[in-house]
Each structure stands twice: as C-alpha cells, then as structure tokens.
Design a protein around this ligand. Structure first.
Ligand code: HEM
Length: 235
C-alpha cells in the first residue's frame, strides 16, 4: 500500500496531533500528581481530577497515535518492522497503551474517592507514592519516541549485504517511491535535493550490483577450477 502525498500528510498531521495530545495529557498528570503531593487546599480537587478525567483521554490519544502510526508505516516505504526507529516506536506505543489499561485504569476510582474524601474535609490516608512513576516513565518514553521520529537512527532492521537489485542502503534514506515524497536522511521533504539524494542512492545501488556481479564471477571461476581438478584426478 502506498499513500498518496496528500493522504500521507493528512495521516501525519493526525499522528503528530495525537502524539502531542498524549504528551500533553501526561504533563497534566504530572502537574496533578505534583499538586496532590505538595498539599494545600486543592489536594482533594487534584486527586478527583486525576481519578476522573485522565485515563480515557490518555488511552484515546495513545490508540489514535498507534493507529495513525500503523497507517503511516504500512502506507509508506518505512514499513512497521523495516526500520529500527519505527519498530521500537511500535513496541513503546503498545507497551504504554497496555500499561494504561492494566496498571493505571484499575486504580483510578480509588484515587477519585480519596480526593472526594479529602475535599469533604475527612482525614484519610492513602499511598499515593505509586502515582509518581507513571508520568515519569510515560513522558520519558514518549520523548524517546519523538527523538526517534525526528533523528530516525539505526537504519534498517535487516540489511542486505549484497543484492542483485539496486536497493537503497543509505542510513535512513528512503527511496522516492510512488506516492511518497523524496525524503532526506531525517525523512523530511527535500524537493530538488531529493533528486540528488535519489542519484546518490542509485549510485550506491550500481556499486552493489557490480559487487554482486564480481562475487558471482569469482564463485563461477572457483566452480570451474574445482571441476577441472576433479577431471584431472579421474583416470
Ligand atoms: C510512541 C509514540 C509516538 C510518537 C511520540 C510519534 C511521533 C512521531 C513524530 C513527531 C513524527 C513526525 C516525524 C517527522 O515527520 O520528521 C512521526 C512520524 C512517523 N511515525 Fe510516529 N510516533 C509514535 C508512534 C508511532 C508508531 C507506533 C508507529 C508505527 C507503528 C509510527 C510510525 C511513524 C512513521 C512511519 C512516521 C513517518 C511518516 C512519514 O514521514 O511518512 N509512530 N512520529
């Protein structure tokens, strides 16, 4: 499947918006946890908001980010497990969504109830220390995913060392396929520069082809020598 440039941009906008919303909700969680921990008159309200409004926006933005990422991966030459930076993001996205569902969501009603009792002026105790890690872990991993998206490091998951077909092997360089804009090392549209990148990729492909041809010739020669030796040994 190849996305047309306009469609790719549409999905990319949705992808970036959902990733940003996800990071935004995480920042909000960090602020609410901080407000709850630091005390003051708004403690009860902070925990009520945390228990009532956070999980679903976080989960929805995480799932939209996942789905749009899947569409972009499948709809462009990046693939889902063709490049390390996409594969790692896929794992991060799935792990984070699972953690939201399995670890975060079940504890939320108790946190809301705790906030309500605090607001009502009751003196209650509740272990809120486990609320500190989720925003830290999530914000760290989402920042990592953002860095991976921009720098696109580590190249392809499985590199072919010699191939008869002219395959681009440049680090993070993507061929300008049908419906996909020419992209530079960082995946940005590069316009006319993309043509020279394309020429560079083609020359890498030509070098690969001639290396493969030389390897074939050498192995043919070895096979002929072995046959000649066998023939010489045969009475
Ligand atoms: C974990 C959360 C994620 C964040 C924060 C994130 C963030 C981003 C950002 C900021 C970009 C724009 C980069 C640029 O244009 O230079 C991007 C592009 C991209 N993302 Fe993600 N992403 C995430 C998850 C995923 C997942 C799960 C996948 C695939 C399974 C994915 C696949 C892609 C692809 C293929 C592109 C490049 C699209 C293109 O240029 O055509 N992302 N991502």
């Amino acid at each position: 499947m190849n996305l047309r440039p306009a469609h790719r941009k549409f999905w990319l906008v949705l992808h970036i918006l959902s990733a940003s919303a996800w990071i935004g909700v995480d920042v909000m969680v960090a602020v609410l946890v901080g407000a709850g921990e630091l005390g003051g008159s708004s403690r009860g309200l902070a925990y009520q908001a945390l228990g009532s409004f956070v999980v679903w926006p976080m989960l929805v933005s995480g799932l939209v980010c996942l789905v749009t990422g899947l569409v972009l991966g499948l709809g462009t030459k990046w693939g889902l497990v063709r490049y390390w930076w996409v594969a790692v993001k896929l794992v991060l996205n799935v792990v984070l969504c699972t953690l939201i569902l399995v670890l975060l969501r079940p504890g939320m009603p108790a946190i809301r109830a705790y906030g309500e009792r605090l607001s009502a002026g009751e003196s209650v105790s509740f272990d809120v220390s486990r609320l500190i890690m989720p925003p830290i872990v999530s914000l760290t991993l989402l920042s990592l995913a953002t860095v991976l998206s921009v720098y696109k490091p580590w190249g392809r998951v499985r590199r072919r060392t010699s191939s008869r077909r002219a395959e681009p092997v440049g680090r993070g360089v993507e061929p300008a396929g049908r419906g996909v804009e020419p992209v530079g090392r960082r995946g940005e549209s590069v316009g006319r520069r993309g043509e020279s990148v394309g020429r560079g990729v083609a020359s890498v492909g030509r070098r690969e082809e001639s290396a493969a041809r030389l390897a074939d010739e050498a192995s043919g020669q070895r096979a002929r020598q072995a046959t000649a030796k066998r023939a010489a040994r045969t009475p």
